[in-house]
Ligand binder design. Structure first.
Ligand code: HEC
Ligand code: HEC
Ligand code: HEC
Length: 473
């Protein structure tokens, strides 16, 4: 009798423990998915196995110097092991640590401000119990020049640009579209690349998701606008692009978008990808569903065979004899993209017409593709296009050669209005993209401050640090 009661008790407590365990495990699993959607690993883990998960030490190039991500494992000494849920929430959603230290907005807390309380709870459970502690500090610490080393200046920036509230559904959208809006605006932080940053690098009003610069790359308009945006894409195509990084006859993902697909978007549930697509189509959607009179950027260009015009003009493989854009294209690009620009039959080497990079209003991403190539692991495929920058194993092309190829490709296969690339344009992309206003004035800031422009400078300070993720090398 006694024994039975005891064993019943033991059984009950064991079962209770098991249930609690499952509930916690579910929360941790959910938190793990939210961390993937939020792409925390992209900045807090060094890429492709170079460092331990979430141990930090990833370098983010800013025009003022390198910002190093921190250790966010539950290590009590070097990570966030002593953070309460409130401390964690304040760091992620407000960019403020418990000792009052302000984080630089390289950590996208302006977007994460919208994370719901329920998701925050799961995220905290994951970082406390689902991540292995790493008891060592990142190798490097961020040291920016004066006045940007004064972290309190970020508080002024926050007043202007951050400080959002947890997401609330938009009454004008259905449940699926609201789910998409939540992901796009918070965890997916799409706007941090796809919205332009103005003089002060805050999001320019009315330009939501209308396109913006990310280092040497340009993140295009992804609104439902059928001409400038992706309104002409089927929802399934948008979802496929996010899952695999490519849609034949439309677009491929290189640069920072390839990284986002690799680390984050390919791991999102199909329902969530569908929700993102449904929501994007509602942004700047045309009032009536008429066919636009102007071609979208994925409709431009046609096959044109370059070979007949240049055949016999130069001995094959004599690289130095390639002079015109057509010859350079034939020598360096046609082996994969084909002499007529149509790409390979299965489009593993994509067509250069009906391609959003060549149909774009600017040749920026074409130049960036030539200089940086494509390197993306998604859906079990490792997609590689060689780069032609210093250190290329194929060929190192000069600014002049890249300008000539770009003009030829734009003129022949893409948007001819963008075929006016100069060597200076190539130089800008080679150097990592346009330099923001603030970086240009930085050397003068100490003098400015001495003459009393402190308030202005403090406001400006945060702004420049709102850098987008960009690998340094
Ligand atoms: C685009 C890059 C980027 C992404 C994405 C990112 N972080 Fe960060 N995070 C940083 C940087 C850089 C810092 C350090 C900023 C500084 O030194 O001011 C940081 C700091 C932090 C801190 C403060 C740690 C401390 O005590 O120093 C926490 C917590 C944190 N991030 C959590 C997260 C979580 C959770 C996610 C995903 C939801 C995430 N981060 C995504 C770049 C990023
Ligand atoms: C870190 C910066 C970054 C983030 C974050 C980002 N993107 Fe992108 N995105 C880019 C860049 C750069 C390109 C151009 C890539 C190329 O052409 O190779 C791009 C391209 C795209 C395209 C293809 C558009 C076209 O016409 O070719 C779509 C669609 C897209 N992104 C959707 C999204 C969505 C949705 C999110 C958020 C869930 C997102 N992106 C987040 C940088 C980013
Ligand atoms: C060895 C084969 C190869 C060569 C040579 C090559 N490419 Fe590519 N190219 C690729 C592959 C692979 C992709 C990526 C396909 C994908 O993302 O699915 C690509 C993608 C592109 C894209 C789309 C990039 C984007 O971000 O959307 C452009 C534009 C392009 N190549 C232009 C060129 C030009 C111009 C040259 C010559 C200077 C060239 N390629 C040489 C294989 C090649």
């Amino acid at each position: 009798m006694k024994i039975t009661a005891l064993s019943a008790l033991v059984f009950a407590s064991l079962a209770g423990g098991a249930i609690a365990q499952t509930a916690d495990q579910d929360l941790i699993e959910r938190g793990k998915y939210i961390a993937t959607m939020g792409d925390c690993a992209a900045c807090h883990t060094q890429p492709r196995g170079a460092g331990k998960p979430y141990a930090g030490g990833y370098a983010i190039a800013s025009p003022l110097g390198t910002i190093w991500s921190t250790n966010i494992t539950p290590s009590r000494e070097y990570g966030i092991g002593t953070y309460t849920e409130q401390d964690f929430s304040d760091a992620v959603r407000k960019g403020v640590l418990k000792d009052g230290t302000h984080l630089y907005p390289a950590m996208p807390y302006d977007a994460y401000a919208g994370i719901t309380d329920a998701d925050m709870k799961a995220l905290y459970a994951y970082f406390m119990h689902g991540v292995a502690p790493v008891d060592e500090p990142p190798a490097q610490v961020t040291e920016l020049p004066f006045p940007f080393n004064l972290r309190f200046s970020m508080a002024a920036w926050n007043l202007l640009y951050a400080g959002g509230k947890p997401f609330t559904p938009d009454a004008g959208l259905n449940a699926q579209e609201n789910r998409g809006k939540y992901i796009v605006d918070t965890l997916g932080h799409c706007a941090s690349c796809h919205s332009p940053r103005g003089l002060l690098m805050g999001s320019v009003s009315g330009q939501y998701l209308r396109g913006g610069s990310v280092g040497p790359w340009y993140a295009p308009d992804i609104t439902g606008d059928p001409v400038h945006g992706i309104g002409s894409w089927a929802n399934e195509e948008i979802a496929t692009y996010l899952k695999t990084g490519r849609v034949a006859g439309k677009a491929q993902a290189a640069g920072p978008m390839a990284e986002a697909v690799e680390h984050s978007f390919q791991h999102m549930a199909d329902d969530d990808l569908g929700a993102i697509a449904a929501y994007l189509k509602t942004v700047n959607a045309p009032a009536t569903a008429s066919t636009p009179s102007v071609a979208s950027r994925t409709d431009m260009g046609q096959p044109v065979d370059v070979e007949p015009g240049i055949r016999g003009l130069f001995p094959e493989n004599a690289h130095d004899s390639l002079k015109t854009g057509a010859e350079l294209y034939s020598g360096y690009c046609a082996s994969c993209h084909q002499p007529n620009g149509a790409g390979s039959r299965n489009q593993a080497y994509p067509s250069l017409f009906h391609n959003s990079v060549t149909g774009a209003a600017s040749a920026t991403n074409l130049i960036a593709t030539i200089l940086y190539g494509v390197d993306r692991e998604a859906g079990g495929d490792h997609v590689l296009m060689p780069h032609f920058n210093t250190g290329s194993y194929v060929a190192v092309l000069t600014d002049q050669e890249i300008a000539d190829i770009s003009n030829f490709v734009m003129e022949t296969y893409g948007n001819p209005n963008a075929a006016k690339v100069t060597t200076a344009d190539v130089q800008v992309v080679r150097d990592g993209g346009p330099v923001p206003f603030l970086a240009k004035v930085q050397p003068h800031i100490p003098a400015l401050m001495a003459t009393g422009g402190v308030a202005a400078v403090v406001v400006l300070a945060g702004v420049i640090l709102l850098v987008r993720r960009r690998r340094i090398a």
